[in-house]
Design a protein around this ligand. Sequence first.
Ligand code: GDP
Length: 451
Amino acid sequence: KPQVIIIGRPNVGKSTLFNRLVGKKLALVDDQPGVTRDRRMGDATIAGMEFTIVDTAGWEDDDAETLPGRMRKQTEVSLEGADAALFVVDARAGLTPLDNEIARWLHSQKVPVVAVANKAEGSTGQSGVLEAYSLGFGDPVALSAEHGEGVADLFDALWPIIGEKAEGEESADEPSEEELLSGPLKLAIVGRPNAGKSTLINRLLGEDRLLTGPEAGITRDSIAIDWQWTDPQTGDTRDIRLIDTAGMRKRAQVVEKLEKLSVADARRAIDFAEVVVLLLDATRGLEHQDLKIASHVLEEGRALMIAINKWDIAEDASKLFNGIRGALDEGLAQVRGLPLFAVSARTGKGLDTMLHAAFEIREAWSKRVPTSALNRWFDDALEANPPPAPKGKRIKLRYITQAGTRPPRFVVFGTRLDMLPKSYERYLVNGIRKELGFDAVPVRVVLKTPK
Ligand code: GDP
């Protein structure tokens, strides 16, 4: 994690800023040799950017007059490990000789410095903020640590310095992306009764594990089946855990009506699944019920693939395929271009291609885009198509971070977000999907105004 040190003369609000950035978390005490006083250290997060924040407040309590000398000694130790320094001044009091002295000293150090004009809430601090330009550290960040204003600007100033180092560190209790991707692919096959789910599972397993018949719902109870599949495209053998929803359906059948059943199947299956295959019946096309299942899978944030089964007996195949493609894009407008496959559970046609794609989709579903790349894309997207200015009020979109994976989740930070039209949100979501490699995956984007 990058380290950011807070520096400034007494009473400018260093501790308030420290507490603001650390939030409720307890500050840690570092008793590193060479530091005679305790350094207060804490874990800080701004909009997903994680860093360690070091507070130097308290070092100067004894005798403020001799501060620069004492500060130099002790701060130098901290500065060695620091990736950035926040030099805090008091915007309401204006600059003092001591501020200027600290500034001169900081200029002699190698660490990148961000000038922070604190106590800038309301209009009282305006002139102090302007004065802070004279410190020579570029645009000062106007901030109110006490009121929590200006933290987004602080992000903007810090991100170019520490962003790269701050991102993408997995926390220890979560399995890493690598671990998740080397585990068995958890695959569910869902669809209306008689779409051919049991036949498909039997075909995949290569043995008659499940009973099938023309009558809907004749399957034995079974929940997860582990098996290995060799990908003919790569020659790799891979583990797959198949969620057998047909087996679940049988138990539910007694109490539920048939039309409801397939949705209930899907609900249960997707709790287990990473990737869900929705099986359609080529002799029936895309039906309302299928769209309902598909929407549900997407709402739950699972990666969804569509397979048209019984391709061996499909009539007018290309017209059927294109018809289903069009109906899907219309019925599920939020995720255009879902992966669509033609398969036959009976002959085995298309199944290897489908499974190969399932592994690729899981990878995209689990992917994390580095914040730097994400924001490069974001800046380009805003430039190519700037957000509108309804009634002359500018909507400001500042930056984007990926808050999570499986499914990929993003947070866009900005102001006046309630005025942002839905169509612009869709523009961003489509851009993420098309340009950052999430094509087949449901992507979540939330808008947030930093506090
Ligand atoms: P489930 O209810 O979704 O599990 O469907 P089943 O696997 O029981 O299949 C329903 C019917 O469709 C059975 O009569 C199967 O033989 C038939 N079927 C399944 N897959 C195919 C296929 O790929 N081609 C053809 N022609 N028939 C299939």
